[in-house]
Write a protein that binds this ligand. Structure first.
Ligand code: S3P
Length: 426
């Protein structure tokens, strides 16, 4: 019987890797970045920055970024291709908008169906000129300006990408930009800016709302960045160990930012035996080790108020729920419809094929757990979505390898070493 065992240093965090590249490009001098995640999405950001005139090179396992300042992007020739990466598109659209250059962004089929107006409507209010496909999509052209107006933005939809795009834009805007977030989201951009010594204010407004106030333009001094392990990547093996009998694993060097580790709290509430030990602080983020061992999980209700902190973990949480006793209900998943695939649809499609009782009502996903015995081959559709492919690869361990997942190549979007690391742990 296969089980998860041993220990592993998890690959670098995707969100931090994008931000390390972008913010070092906007600083004035050379940054050394270690443990950068070299996944397809992050490489898209890296290549776009090079096309904007930033020198970025690799020596041994370290990356060196030669920043040009917050006003230093050079108008690129041709398109900036974001591939499948929503983070690349949204953050880079924001970053270039306050530079006096024209940029055209394109993406693959999936990214070309994801909303960009959630960022551009704010940039237009500041005076950026945007040409956008069907009012919402890539391809889009940004005519940036160093004279964008410093204004107050209120972000209604919970999105760390939108917030980060506006922060990056504000770094080269003259005067006070205020960004109000009504629902808290991941705060990696703010933490990295603090680490880099950028002077800005974060104010709690009550009722969970927060105001970020920047007073640009800024000169950012470079500081070397070590990227910590990605908790979202760790979540696949953690759930694998929790649902596979006799398993016990330890994952090292995992970033423990509270806006990313909500899934650990959820799994603990489900009865998961998890031990979390903080070991250090690095570049403004807490880092630590996580031990997970096989547990008899139980179904629970997961309320909507923390959905922004669980956004990338719902697919693997649905795998945990499928092995739990009773019913799990995950509430308020609307944003899942707007990810690399419509993840509510992708999860339901595949679980129904395996024979699960799973339903969605008003974007609340409910699944009734049951032990499975799969003795015939079942085709699983990844919908070209890395997190769907990885989630069902974990369930596959309990299915005698009978789940045949299409296009596993898409896993390299966030975790090129996933298969290698999985084979090491089982
Ligand atoms: C990300 C934010 C999240 C997340 C994505 C990465 C980021 O998106 O789903 O994988 O790096 O800021 P939203 O906060 O926009 O939903």
């Amino acid at each position: 019987m296969v089980k998860f065992k041993g220990s592993l240093k998890i690959s670098g965090d995707k969100s931090i890797s994008h931000r390390a590249l972008i913010l070092s490009s906007m600083s004035t001098g050379v940054t050394k970045i270690t443990n950068l995640l070299e996944s397809d999405d992050v490489i898209r950001t890296l290549k776009i920055l090079r096309r904007l005139g930033i020198r970025i090179m690799k020596e041994k396992s370290c990356w060196y970024v030669y920043g040009n300042g917050t006003n230093g992007f050079i108008e690129p020739k041709g398109y900036l291709d974001c591939g499948n990466s929503g983070t690349t598109a949204r953050l880079m659209i924001g970053a270039v908008s306050s530079n006096p250059i024209k940029c055209t962004f394109i993406g693959d089929d999936s990214l070309s169906k994801r909303s960009m107006s959630r960022v551009t409507k704010h940039l237009e209010k500041m005076g950026a000129i945007i040409h956008i496909t069907k009012k919402d999509y890539l391809p889009l052209m940004v005519s940036g300006s160093e004279k964008l107006l410093p204004i107050k933005h209120k972000i209604q939809k919970a999105s760390a990408q939108v917030k980060s795009a506006l922060i990056l834009s504000a770094l080269n805007i003259h005067g006070k930009t205020k960004i109000i977030e009504t629902i808290p989201t991941r705060d990696h951009t703010e933490r990295m800016l603090k680490f880099l010594g950028v002077d800005f204010k974060i104010k709690k407004l009550g009722n969970k709302a927060t105001q970020i106030e920047l007073n640009g333009p800024y000169e950012i001094k470079p500081k070397n960045i070590e990227v910590a392990g990605d908790p979202s990547s760790a979540s696949f093996f953690i759930v694998g160990a929790l649902i596979t009998p006799k398993s016990k694993i330890t994952l090292y060097n995992v970033m423990l930012n509270p806006s990313r580790t909500e899934f650990l709290k959820v799994l603990k509430r489900m009865g998961g035996k998890l031990k979390i030990k903080k070991t250090k602080k690095n570049c403004g983020e807490d880092i630590g080790n996580i031990t997970a061992e096989f547990s008899n999980l139980k179904g629970i209700n997961i309320p909507s108020n923390k959905s922004a902190f669980l956004i990338d973990e719902y697919p693997i949480l649905s795998i945990a729920a499928s092995q739990a006793k009773g019913k799990t209900v995950m509430k308020g998943l609307n944003e899942l419809r707007h990810k690399e695939s419509d993840r509510i649809k992708s999860i339901i499609y595949n679980f129904k094929k395996i024979g699960y009782n799973i339903n969605d009502e008003n974007d609340n996903l409910s699944i009734i757990g049951k032990k499975i015995k799969v003795e015939r081959e079942i085709k699983i559709k990844s919908f070209n979505d890395h997190r769907i492919a990885m989630s069902f690869s974990i369930l596959n361990i309990l299915c005698n390898n009978n789940l045949k997942i299409d296009n596993k190549k898409c896993i390299s979007i966030s975790y090129p070493d996933f298969e290698k690391h999985l084979n090491y742990l089982i």
